[in-house]
Structures are given as C-alpha cells and as structure tokens.
Write a protein of this length. Structure first.
Ligand code: GCU
Length: 405
C-alpha cells in the first residue's frame, strides 16, 4: 500500500487527465441486453442493482429491531420565539434477548401548521446541540468516545447548515440525530454501533465483511422515519432526506434502500456518494477506502486504482432513487468532491428516469457557479467551499415546495 502522502500526491485535479471510460449503464442486464420499460426496471433490474451495491459498496441491509419505542424527553411549545414546537425524542431499540441501543432525535414542528406537515430529515456530525441556536437543546454525540464537540461552547456552531427557522417558516418540520449515535465514526466504532443489536461481536471480521458505517447510518435514517411516522404533526409520506458530505453519501444510500423517502438530497457528497468513481478526479477509491476503512465493504477497496474495472458507477446509486425526486448539489471550490463528477452521475441516471417519462438534464448542461437545474433530477453548483449553506437550502426548499406539498 502507498503512504498517505504518496496517495495525496497522486490525486488528479486536472480535467485533461481524467481517464477516458465507458459509462456503465444501469439499464444493462446481466445477459447484455437493455431494460426497456419502467416495469422491468422496478421488478427486475432495480433489485439487482441494489443487491450489487450491498455486496460491493455499502453492505447488507439490517432489519428493524424486535421493538422500537419513542420516548418524549422534552417538549417546548414556544421554541424560536413561538415559531415552533421543539421536541426531543429517544428512539429506544430492544431485542428479545435483552440487547438495547438508543439514539436521540431533535424535532421542530412549525406552530402555524393546521395539518400534518412535510419534513426535512438529516443526520448531523457533531450532535443535536450544534445544529440549533437554542441553548436548551440536549447535548448528543456522547457515543463517540473522546468526542470534542460536547462542550457548551459548541452549541449552535453549525446552525447555519440547518437553517431551522427558515425551514419552519416555510411550513416544514425539521429533524436531526447525531450519526455517532448509530455508528461512532472511526475505524473502531463497531462495538458501540447499532450492529450490537444484531451481533454478539459487532467488531468481528465476519460482521465487518458484511456491514459498514454508511449502511448503519442509513439504517438510522430509516428508523428516524419510523419515528416521524408515529408523530402526529408530521406527514411521513412527505419526507426529504438530506445530508452533507459523508452524510450525503449516506442520504443517497438511505434513499436507495428506503422508498418512503420522497426527496433525496446529496449535498457535496463526493467520492463514494454522487461523484463518478471512474473519473478519478479529486478524492479516489484508494484514499477513501484506506482513510475510512469502516465506510465501505472491503470489496469496494479492491477497485482502488482499478476504477476502470468497476462494473457500475455512482450513476447507478442515483438511478436507484427513480422515480422519486433527487437533488445533487456541488460547491465550485470543492474539487476534492469532484463537482463535475457529481453533476454527471445525475445526467447518467437520466436514462432510468426517462423510463418513467421524466425530463432530465444532459451531460452537456453543466451550469456555471450559481446555476441550477431543477426537475425530478436536480443539480446546483453553488459558488464557494465544501459546506451546506443558506444558498443550498433555497434550492432544497423550492424542491420541497414542488415535490412535498
Ligand atoms: C473527507 C472525506 C470525504 C467526506 C468528507 C466529509 O474529506 O475524504 O469523502 O465526504 O470528509 O464528510 O466531510
């Protein structure tokens, strides 16, 4: 294996050096023929592609625990100066053999609502208290030993990424949970992960070969959606799942596995998310699979420096969202995540969306910074750095108004 320094030196940021490759088609069947209609995609090819991603990228799916209960920990009817009701809810998972695991949701409901509302749901990096400017939000993220983000001084630090007041004013509920609650994000996070519900030794080689942190985070998003289904203020048939960066990869995988998500948003998800692996632009498989070995199954690492041999690419992952709405967002200075590669996976997923009669954007339509393309497959390129900002949210809220209302 090369050293990290050698790997970083080899990273390509030059469009002229992107290798020529044949774009693999999600419509190509095992016998070489092509899927011709939506029914064939839904009933035959989609399950095959999903299975391939489980085996080769994100690991097997996990069932619901034997028992899930949702315990109200707090309720503040006067949050954000009366704009919203703030709830904190513990998702308690139990198995018949006595194993347990839990996670805490922060949920805001708009007080102006007269009927159940659509919602935006996303996992957060540092803890629920970091997403909100409200000082009373419970501190979460303790499941990551040594987490540096648990202090009072961390409150609200990433509130800009969440834009709760703006989301609420537009009539949506907003929910988040800390991803560490489901799988602490480090290579030794297995033991404290939700896999402990299903395995006596969640860090054994057998479990590591079959599961991944991204898989467990995506499972957590589905369990959070179960919780929203039990919440009378939310219309759980109209939920958008969103995520930034590694959590954008996770949002795409959650959307692929759980068709209850109506709108799937990938914000700057990059390598192993929306970006096409075969372009080898910015972060590549060699780096991501060696720096974050717990994110993917080991078979994905076998394609490091052999991306040309991949029988699929991330356009297949975007295709798995069809015919639901999906949005891919990039930032112009975020070359590590390969904005053009993120854009192209949406364009190449178009052939699946077209089976459903959708109008899709073409590979020739890459917008300039500040530009957006809106449809069932949407894309925008925000000018600036790797982040999730108010500008990104403006597009997401517009898509919400179109696809969730
Ligand atoms: C690293 C990693 C990316 C990831 C990002 C993030 O940069 O290489 O793949 O998307 O972290 O999650 O912020």
């Amino acid at each position: 294996m090369r050293s990290r320094e050698e790997m970083l030196q080899a990273v390509n940021y030059d469009e002229a050096k992107v290798p020529q490759f044949v774009v693999p088609s999600p419509l190509q069947k095992a016998d070489g023929s092509t899927v011709r209609n939506a029914a064939e995609w839904v009933n035959f090819q989609r399950p095959r592609v999903l299975e391939m991603f489980r085996r080769e990228v994100y690991g097997e799916s996990l069932p619901r625990p034997d028992r899930c209960s949702f315990q109200l920990l707090s309720c503040q009817p006067d949050a954000y100066l009366g704009l919203a009701t703030r709830k904190e809810i513990r998702l308690q998972f139990e198995m018949v053999d006595g194993k347990t695991h839990s996670a805490e949701m922060l949920l805001y409901l708009p007080n102006q609502a007269t009927a159940p509302v659509p919602a935006f749901l996303g996992l957060c990096f540092k803890g629920n208290h970091v997403t909100s400017s409200e000082k009373e939000v419970r501190i979460t993220g303790q499941n990551y030993p040594g987490n540096q983000d648990l202090g009072e001084d961390k409150r609200g630090l990433q509130a800009e990424r969440w834009q709760f007041p703006e989301v609420l004013k537009r009539g949506y509920a907003a929910a988040t949970l800390c991803y560490h609650d489901f799988f602490p994000d480090h290579a030794n996070g297995w033991q404290r992960s939700a896999l402990s519900l299903f395995y006596a030794q969640p860090d054994s080689p057998a479990v590591r070969a079959r599961h991944t942190a991204i898989g467990v985070w995506a499972w957590g998003l589905s369990r959070a959606l179960d919780c929203l289904e039990a919440e009378p203020g939310v219309d759980a048939r109209r939920v958008a799942v969103h995520g930034h960066s590694r959590l954008g990869k996770t949002a795409l995988w959650a959307g692929a596995q759980d068709p209850r998500f109506r709108l799937v948003i990938s914000n700057d998800s990059g390598c192993g998310g929306a970006a096409m692996s075969k372009r080898c632009f910015g972060e590549n498989l060699e780096i991501i699979t060696s720096v974050f070995p717990h994110w993917f199954v080991t078979s994905f690492a076998q394609y490091a420096r052999r991306e040309a041999e991949l029988p699929f690419d991330q356009n297949f992952l975007v295709s798995l969202q069809a015919p639901r709405a999906v949005c891919i967002a990039s930032a112009s200075e975020d070359l590590w995540a390969d904005p053009r590669g993120e854009f192209l996976s949406g364009a190449y997923a178009g052939e699946v969306y077209r089976l459903f009669g959708a109008e899709v954007y073409s590979p020739a339509q890459m917008p300039a910074p500040g530009g957006r393309l809106s449809g069932l497959v949407s894309y925008h390129l925000r000018a600036g750095k790797h982040d999730q900002t108010w500008e990104d949210w403006q597009h997401y809220l517009e898509l919400g108004d179109r696809f969730l209302k």
